[in-house]
Design a binder for this molecule. Sequence first.
Ligand SMILES: Cc1cc2nc3c(=O)[nH]c(=O)nc-3n(C[C@H](O)[C@H](O)[C@H](O)COP(=O)(O)OP(=O)(O)OC[C@H]3O[C@@H](n4cnc5c(N)ncnc54)[C@H](O)[C@@H]3O)c2cc1C
Length: 337
Amino acid sequence: MKTAKVAVLGAGVSGLIAALELEAKGFHPVLIEASDRVGGRLRSDQHEDFALDHGFQVLLTHYPELKRYQLLSALQLKAFRPGALIFEDQDPHRIGDAFRDRSFLRSTVFSSVASLRDKITLLREQRRLAQTRPEAIFAQTKEQTTLDYLSERYSDRFIELFFKPFYSGIFLETALSTSYKHFEFVFHHFAVGKAALVVDGIQRLPELLTSRLTHTEIRLNNAFDSSEIEKYDALVQTYPNAAAPADYNGCINCYFEIESADKGLLKQLETTIGLIPHSDYVNNLHVLSAGDRQLLSATVVGQVEMGHAEIEGAVRQELLERILKRRHCVSLIDYLS
Ligand SMILES: Cc1cc2nc3c(=O)[nH]c(=O)nc-3n(C[C@H](O)[C@H](O)[C@H](O)COP(=O)(O)OP(=O)(O)OC[C@H]3O[C@@H](n4cnc5c(N)ncnc54)[C@H](O)[C@@H]3O)c2cc1C
C-alpha cells in the first residue's frame, strides 16, 4: 500500500474511475462528494416500477471505456433501433440505417424527409466516419460549427427535420453551434455501435463502479474547499474551478403516464427515438415500459425559465397536438430536470 494521502474531489463517473485507478496503483484515496450520492450528472430516481433518468441518458455501446472497465456486460441495456420516428405532421416518418436494421429499408428509401442526394451523402459519411478514429477527428485543425458543417453537405429540409432535433438532444443546445468535431465523434459512435438505455437507470453505472471500490473512503455531503488542501499530499479534482455559466447547456425531462393510447405507436417509441422538428418545447421522446404500464419520456432542451406547472402544461399540450393527436389521455406523473 502507498501511504500518500490522496483525495479525489467529486464522485461523478470521472472521480469514481480516478479512485479505481488509484486503488489499482496501491493508494487508499478519499473520495469527497458535495451531494448526497455518487454519480454526478448520471442520476436516476425510482418511481414505482420505473427508473427515471435525469435527462435523456443514452449509453453509446462502443465507448472504449465501457469495455475497458467491463461495464457493458455488467449493465442491463436496452438498445434503440438505428433510426428515428420524425413527427412532422400526420403519421410519423420512420427513417434509419437499413444496412443494420432491414425494417427501415422501405420507409427510408421512400421517405420525403431527405432527398436522394441526402441519403447517398449520409451513407457515404457513415462509411467514412465509421472508419475514422476519434483521435483523428479531434486532431483536425479546421474550426466550424455543426450547423455550418451540415449545411455544406445536406439539404435544409433534412437538417431541420432530422439533424437539428436529433443533435440538439445530444448537445443540449438547439442552434447546433457545437463544434463539428463533436458531431463527427458522436456520429462515429452511432455508426459503429448502438445507443442504449440502462434498464434500471443510468445511475446503475456509477453504483456499479462504487461497488468495485474496496480501499476508498467515500465522504458524501462534503463540499471540498481550499482550506482543506493542506490535509492531502495530492488532489485529483474532477469538476471545474468556476461555476457553470448561466447559459450552460441543460434540459428538462417530463415523464407522462399514458392512460389510453395508440399501442402501435407506443410500441415503436419503445425501440425507436421520436423527434419533434420545429418544436416549441419537446425535442425528443421515447417510451419506457414495465409490465403493462408505459411512460412517455419527453425532453425539453435548453435552459427553461418556466415553473414546473407551466412547463408541464406546455409539454402536455405539444404532445397532444403533435404526437397523440388528442386521441389519448396523458397524465403527468413526475418531473425532473
Ligand atoms: C441531461 C444530460 C444528459 C446526458 N446524456 C448523456 C448521454 O446520453 N451520453 C453520454 O455519454 N453522456 C451524457 N451526458 C454527459 C455525462 O453525464 C457527463 O459527461 C458525465 O456524467 C460527466 O461526469 P464527471 O464525473 O466528469 O462530472 P459530473 O458528473 O459533473 O461530476 C462532478 C461531481 O463533482 C461534485 N462536486 C462539485 N463541486 C464539488 C466540491 N466542491 N466538493 C466535492 N464535490 C464536488 C458534483 O456534485 C458531482 O457529483 C449527459 C449529461 C446530462 C446533464
